[in-house]
Design a binder for this molecule. Structure first.
Ligand SMILES: [Zn+2]
Length: 318
């Protein structure tokens, strides 16, 4: 049995993962960032012990603990670096956590962990695999030769911060016109709220109960599926931006698989079909005999926890 912990900006989610890679028990607490790292580590220790106790285990019986972190994971010294949304610049995680739990602890960037979890559990035979995780932001994970490619300092795979439009929408990273600022779930929601102001008859208004604050990415896909023109135009524009980003990644990496995960991927073929068609028109290798397969993630909700738990099955960075 392993523990996977997904340290997010809002919640810390922990799960007990069995040998078949199923989450058999879970719990979650608020991250309450910013606060000192010691408090976050204490919560991780407490959740690990409680999950073990609830399932008749002691922490020392665990095969390992893995943590997905929303920042750079420095594998040399076990520190979290540049965790901007937690207000942490540089703080030790692996040392204190493994000392308090008495078991091996591994960690990696959360998008890398999610990509690794999808890659290992999804039955992909290919040795090159990219994952775009589209949620409030856009995360990226790169798997080359069957291993996570983390770069020289653990910071590789920031797909969300490639510039698609110089001088465009401001991004959380301080630049403008990033892929994330234009194609995350939050970007789609902002685009929908903007469009609704000029479309008082749109079904979007009905689906959000008349309150624009209730609009989610799903609301836009639901309205488009019901034939709403405003929502249809939003999805058309949104998948065009997404395809520009996907085509950039394929032109650079030519991976066997480009996998789309995160909340937005739950839209299924309403997202994937236009994304595949538009990306195919944009890539350089239009006449190649083999091309990248673009697919939706299978692991979905548990990607963060399972991916983190699987990090404990061995260091996978090249
Ligand atoms: Zn950015």
């Amino acid at each position: 049995m392993r523990i996977g912990i997904d340290l997010g900006g809002t919640n810390i989610a922990a799960g007990l993962v069995d040998d078949r890679l199923h989450v058999v028990d879970r719990m979650s607490v608020k991250t309450n960032a910013p606060r000192p790292m010691e408090g976050i580590i204490a919560d991780m220790v407490r959740m690990t012990r409680e999950l073990c106790a609830r399932n008749g285990l002691s922490a020392s019986e665990l095969d390992g603990v893995g943590v997905g972190v929303p920042c750079t994971a420095n594998q040399q010294n076990g520190c979290m670096e540049d965790a901007n949304n937690l207000g942490i610049d540089d703080a030790p995680l692996i040392g204190p956590l493994s000392e308090q739990l008495g078991v091996p602890v591994h960690f990696d960037n959360d998008a890398n962990a999610a990509a690794w979890g999808e890659y290992v559990t999804g039955g992909y035979a290919e040795d090159s695999f990219l994952m775009m995780t589209i949620g409030t932001g856009i995360g990226g994970g790169i798997i080359l030769d069957g291993k996570i490619w983390a770069g020289i300092n653990g910071a590789a795979g920031e797909f969300g911060h490639m510039t698609l439009r110089m001088g465009g929408e401001p991004c959380s990273c301080g630049r403008r016109g990033c892929f994330e600022a234009m194609a995350s779930a939050n970007a789609l929601i902002a685009q929908a709220r903007d469009a609704m102001k000029d479309s008082p008859d749109s079904a979007l208004w009905t689906l959000c109960g008349g309150d624009i604050a209730n609009v989610e990415a799903k609301t836009v896909f639901d309205a488009a599926a019901a034939g709403d023109q405003t929502a249809g135009a939003l999805i058309d524009a949104y998948t065009t931006i997404l395809a520009e980003g996907a085509a950039n990644l394929i032109n650079i990496f030519a991976p066997a698989v480009l996998c789309v995960g995160g909340g937005v991927s739950r839209a299924g073929e309403a997202l994937m079909k236009p994304l595949r068609e538009k990306t195919a028109r944009l890539i350089c290798s239009k006449n190649a005999k083999r091309s990248t397969v673009i697919t939706a993630a299978k692991l979905d909700n548990d990607a963060g926890i399972v991916g983190a738990a699987l990090l404990g099955m061995g260091r996978q960075t090249t």
